[in-house]
Design a protein around this ligand. Structure first.
Ligand SMILES: Nc1ncnc2c1ncn2[C@@H]1O[C@H](COP(=O)(O)OP(=O)(O)OP(=O)(O)O)[C@@H](O)[C@H]1O
Length: 308
């Protein structure tokens, strides 16, 4: 439901998404809650890549899944805040308050998500072409032939070599890197304004990872899409991000341009994350890991903060 006319949410012209004071909690028992996201605010401009970075369990995925309104299926509730998105028709909607039916129509068409493991996201019994075409037919009034043509064009857009032949292949016939390109093609098929990539290269080897990061950058130049890139790896952040939000225990503890975050990290945790990447470590405070040994997920620490 979009707010009534008098309370219409507004966004600056160049902003695609604005997450404001977002709070998300999981029911962790009859009396307690786990506050996975605590007052998170950030925005993404048109054509910008924002990286959400932090250790495992810091709340990155829950933030992303909540933007897509998927966490409620895992028993989470949005307990505060807004998620304003500029839609293709120019209207601004608060995704946190839309009905499931409206949100379902926006997923894929206005905003899409790519996960880490393409094999578990792709359906093994349908061809690559059918899976991309299905995304098109679901949202657009296209014939199967038109949808197939869009699937082919999108496979070419994500630089899948020999795209005509690949269209009729099954996921198991493709390499891991090609499968991730197909996932990106499915996400792009309806040309959303915002694509969320949740650790999209973590399962890939380093060379393929670099190729996928190159692809994301090239796509952004070509189609001016905004990207929310989720990763625990500051090396990846350095490759893709324009702006960086550092997340710790459900909160954003530091935000800045990629240049500022690497050149003058303010928070000890940011310095610890930079130091955890050997090739970047020299840029940061060498003592940070000792001062801030947080690079291992400690669920009991988070659970200790459960609120009654
Ligand atoms: N389905 C769920 N039920 C209960 N708690 C959950 C669920 N999913 C996530 N959480 C909790 O929410 C918190 C944030 O998890 P989240 O997955 O967002 O972390 P993350 O930073 O994305 O880490 P990772 O990279 O490991 O996914 C964690 O404490 C996690 O245990």
């Amino acid at each position: 439901m979009i707010l009534s006319k008098s309370a219409k949410p507004e966004l600056p012209e160049d902003v695609i998404l604005s997450v404001e004071d977002l709070e998300v909690s999981f029911a962790a028992g009859t009396r307690a809650q786990l506050r996975a996201v605590r007052g998170v605010s950030f925005s993404i401009a048109r054509g910008e890549t924002v990286a959400l970075v932090g250790e495992s369990g810091s709340g990155k995925s829950v933030t992303a899944m909540t933007i897509m309104r998927l966490t409620e299926y895992d028993g989470a509730a949005i307990t505060g805040g807004r998620v304003l998105m500029r839609l293709k028709d120019g209207k601004v909607a608060d995704l946190a308050k839309l009905s499931e039916k409206r949100v379902e129509a926006l997923r894929g068409a206005e905003i899409s998500i790519v996960f880490q493991d393409p094999m578990s996201s792709l359906n093994p019994v349908f061809t690559v072409g059918d899976q991309i075409a299905e995304a098109v037919i679901h949202h657009q009034d296209k014939t199967p032939e038109q949808a197939r043509q869009i699937a082919l064009n999108t496979l070419k857009l994500v630089r899948v070599p020999d795209a005509e032949r690949r269209l009729d292949q099954y996921p198991h016939q493709l390499s891991g890197g090609m499968r991730q390109r197909v996932m990106i093609a499915i996400a792009l098929a309806c040309r959303p304004s915002l694509m969320i990539l949740d650790e999209p290269t973590t399962a890939l080897d380093v060379t393929i990872q670099a190729q996928i990061l190159d692809l994301v950058r090239a796509l952004q130049r070509e189609i001016g899409m905004s990207v929310l890139f989720i990763t625990h790896d500051m090396g990846v952040v350095a490759e893709v991000a324009d702006r960086v939000c550092v997340m710790l225990k459900g909160e954003i503890v530091e935000e800045g341009s990629v240049y500022d975050i690497f050149a003058k990290p303010k928070h000890a945790y940011t310095r610890a994350l930079i130091s955890a990447v050997p090739r970047l470590g020299s840029m940061a405070d060498k003592d940070a890991p000792e001062k801030f040994p947080l690079l291992v997920f400690e669920p009991e620490r988070l659970l200790a903060e459960v609120t009654e």
